[in-house]
Design a protein around this ligand. Structure first.
Ligand SMILES: CC(C)(COP(=O)(O)OP(=O)(O)OC[C@H]1O[C@@H](n2cnc3c(N)ncnc32)[C@H](O)[C@@H]1OP(=O)(O)O)[C@@H](O)C(=O)NCCC(=O)NCCS
Length: 161
């Protein structure tokens, strides 16, 4: 059986940090990823926080450039890694992009000697919950009506390094 940490065949994924010029490409993914997505201003503000990192996963576009497949926003605060956002472009899902980004985020947490990673996920978000569980995240609680617009609960998940 393929291990979760092995990239899927054919993936030539490159990771780098987001810069201001990437905002449009990031927003193209963000705006279709969530029922109530982050605004461009909110994403842009992350670039100014020294505790925040926006990781991008790209692959060559076949024309000499790179195409954005997905991104992840993380905060490193004291000994805790917090994952605030993760999204893969709909046409590139199930190709290991989310896994690649999550792995890179956890590697950063390890480098910073974090003891725990935390995140919130919609109760109905089976793909994301499936991904986090596959990495060893476990549900530790519920925040009722956390996503106020749909009155949907958040599941709080943690990962112990
Ligand atoms: C959740 C999300 C980021 C996953 O990204 P992805 O690039 O498709 O994920 P991967 O291809 O790396 O999948 C890794 C593993 O996650 C789980 N997974 C991913 N999508 C799944 C799905 N639709 N159903 C069940 N499990 C799923 C599987 O275990 C999968 O491994 P497998 O393909 O070998 O079975 C993507 O579905 C997405 O962008 N969703 C909308 C935004 C969102 O909900 N973000 C999470 C916010 S908390």
């Amino acid at each position: 059986m393929r291990k979760l940490t092995e990239p899927k065949a054919g993936g030539d994924y490159r990771l780098r940090k987001m810069v201001a010029n990437d905002l449009d490409a990031v927003m193209a993914i963000e705006s279709v990823a969530h029922p109530h997505h982050w605004s461009a201003e909110l994403v842009r503000r992350e670039l100014g926080h020294e505790w925040s990192t926006v990781l991008l996963c790209e692959e060559p576009d076949g024309r000499g450039g790179m195409k954005l497949l997905g991104f992840l926003i993380l905060w490193l605060v004291h000994d805790e890694l917090h994952i605030l956002n993760l999204a893969t472009a709909p046409e590139h899902r199930r190709r290991g992009v989310g896994r690649t980004l999550l792995e890179a985020a956890l590697a950063r947490g390890r480098q910073h000697r974090c003891v725990q990673a935390t995140l919130e996920v919609r109760r109905s978000n089976d793909p994301a919950i499936g991904l986090y569980q596959a990495f060893g995240f476990r549900a530790v609680g519920i925040r009722p009506n956390y996503y106020v617009d749909e009155r949907e609960d958040a599941i709080v998940m943690v990962f112990d390094f």
